[in-house]
Design a protein around this ligand. Structure first.
Ligand code: NDP
Length: 512
């Protein structure tokens, strides 16, 4: 892999400066394309978290950002977008190097998505109701009632390894838009692009100390953030198991929490669907980024009348997906993020076979010439899957599709909803009325009709059920990074008209 540079050290980024960990320790970053160490990153602990939180708090209280005008904050977000586009090659390189996502996707989608989010958020900020005026009501009588939306304070973000840049920016952008300061802890596999983004934010003119990155293990840095008394909010994306712990631990200091957790998203293919769209669309829905996407369409419900035909087409097209070196712009599917994730996925493939599901294609690791030692698993399809099997109920987070047979649509919808998760769902049909009828019944935060993965900067994204709560993206995300203050100014100057006071005071006028 000629594109990888020599091993480089990445300290943490706090207060606008690169800073080594207090302990002086480092950890390795492995390139998933060949299993080699490609970078070393500062290994933070509680003392580094304390330092970053103190910086973020001081910056917040100074008002340099929290009390900055909306117009200037919006302009600086635009300048941040400009920095991202100017440094797109480096960001994409760092992202591919640590996550194994294809350069084709990172360059053509991820970078554009985060720049678009900044652009659109700067736009939402113009019309966001920072101040709302309440009408005068009979009770409490003439008063100027206002509702203000204010920043929360110090927000902490804990992000996963599948889309390091995108998922960091889904938190950074609304937090900064609302005037908060932030401390972010990226996943230990993939901290490089987040560190670079924090540097670019400062280069864009966002004051030092507003956005700080602490790298290190979740059990150390993550927990220290979740339990820190001076952190006001935690935004987390990752596994449901860690999400549950975070919720429990955050209770100690009554932190605001938003969680974006796992998924096992169902996709229902109706007999009238246009298979020219539904077959490649279903494959796109599950195998993009080797299936390491929380909202991937991992359970495909197919009517018994066309089950064998659909399965054959799925297998044929899945096997044609070009796997390879993620840095090659022609590669459509790269490696899994880590050896551990590869083992997890292989273990689920084993479980599927033991449960009696039929392996139709894939299922074994493959060697890619030039990427020896990489963590490659080809598109894997299971047929004859029962919705109660573990491969249909548990998040695998790899390139594994479970194809489930159904007899009638209502049964498919019911089974689609039989899951602890509710992140996304989809339906393939040419009957739009039927599609909306089914969309109403699907218990998920996003429903795609004849499509998949189409997240937009202006639409809310988040889960139903144990997929979490809180919404990212759009103006909805601004709500999650602000708190409401009701300010009441009485317009009543005559004491005898202060009727409520009479509940306590017999004659306020005489007492005065
Ligand atoms: P985790 O949930 O363990 O990791 C997500 C983030 O949480 C990382 O930054 C991690 O740090 C951090 N973290 C880990 N433990 C703690 C803790 N005790 N307190 C606070 N933060 C913590 O996901 P994994 O990387 O282990 O992946 C496991 C599974 O999670 C996947 O197979 C997949 O099913 C699911 N997942 C879901 C994602 C989603 O988008 N919803 C994204 C990624 C994974 P560190 O990296 O240092 O461990």
């Amino acid at each position: 892999m000629s594109t990888v540079l020599q091993v480089k050290e990445f300290p943490m980024f706090m207060d606008g400066k690169w800073q080594a960990a207090e302990s002086g320790e480092w950890f390795d970053i492995i390139y998933p394309g060949n299993g080699q160490t490609v970078a070393r990153v500062a290994s933070g602990h509680k003392e580094d978290v304390d330092k970053a939180v103190a910086i973020a708090r001081r910056t917040f209280e100074s008002g340099i950002w929290s009390k900055q005008s909306i117009e200037i904050r919006a302009a600086l977000l635009l300048s941040f977008a400009q920095q991202i586009m100017q440094n797109a090659d480096e960001l994409a390189y760092l992202e591919v190097l640590s996550s194994g996502g294809t350069l084709r996707r990172v360059r053509n989608m991820d970078i554009l998505q985060i720049a678009d989010l900044l652009l659109q958020t700067a736009e939402f900020m113009k019309s966001y109701p920072y101040v709302e005026y309440l009408p005068i009501q009979p009770y409490p009588g003439p008063a100027n009632g206002q509702v203000w939306r204010e920043p929360i304070g110090v927000c902490a973000a804990i992000t996963p390894w599948n889309f390091p840049m995108i998922l960091a920016m889904w938190k950074i952008v609304p937090a900064l838009a609302m005037g908060n300061s932030m401390v972010i802890k990226p996943a230990s596999h993939t901290p490089l692009s987040t560190l670079k983004l924090a540097e670019l934010a400062v280069r864009a003119g966002i004051p030092a100390g507003v956005l700080n990155v602490v790298t290190g293990a979740g059990s150390q840095v993550g927990e220290a953030l979740v339990t820190h008394p001076d952190v006001d909010k935690i935004a987390f994306t990752g596994s449901t198991t860690v999400g549950r712990n975070i919720m429990r631990q955050a209770a100690g200091t009554i932190k605001r929490v938003t969680l974006e957790l796992g998924g096992k998203s169902p996709s229902i293919l109706l007999p009238d669907a246009d298979l020219r769209l539904a077959i490649p669309g279903s494959l796109f829905g599950v195998f993009l980024h080797s299936g390491q996407i929380c909202e991937s369409g991992t359970r495909l419900f197919v009517h018994e009348s066309q089950y064998d035909q659909v399965l054959a087409k799925l297998a044929e097209q899945a096997q044609a997906i070009r796997m390879g070196d993620p840095f090659d712009m022609e590669t459509r599917m790269g490696p899994l993020v880590s050896k551990q994730q590869m083992e997890t996925v292989l273990n689920y493939i084993e479980i599927g076979q033991q449960e009696g599901a039929r392996l139709v294609c894939g299922g074994k690791p493959v060697q890619i010439p030039g990427c020896e030692g990489g963590y490659f698993i080809p598109p894997t399809i299971f047929a004859d899957v029962d919705n109660q099997m573990r491969i249909a109920q548990e998040e695998i987070f790899g390139p594994v599709l479970s194809v489930i047979r159904y007899k009638d649509v209502d049964e498919a919808v019911q089974k689609a909803n039989e899951s602890i998760y509710g992140l996304a769902a989809g339906v393939w049909t040419q009957n739009i009325n039927e599609a909306y009828r089914i969309a109403r019944q699907l218990r998920a935060g996003t429903v795609w009709i004849n499509d998949w993965h189409m997240l937009r900067s202006d639409a809310p994204f988040g889960g139903f059920k144990q997929s979490g709560f809180g919404r990212e993206l759009g103006k909805y995300a601004l709500d999650e990074y602000s708190q409401l203050k009701h300010v009441h100014a009485s317009l009543v100057t005559e004491e005898k008209r202060r009727v409520a006071w009479d509940l306590l005071l017999e004659s306020p006028i005489e007492k005065a």
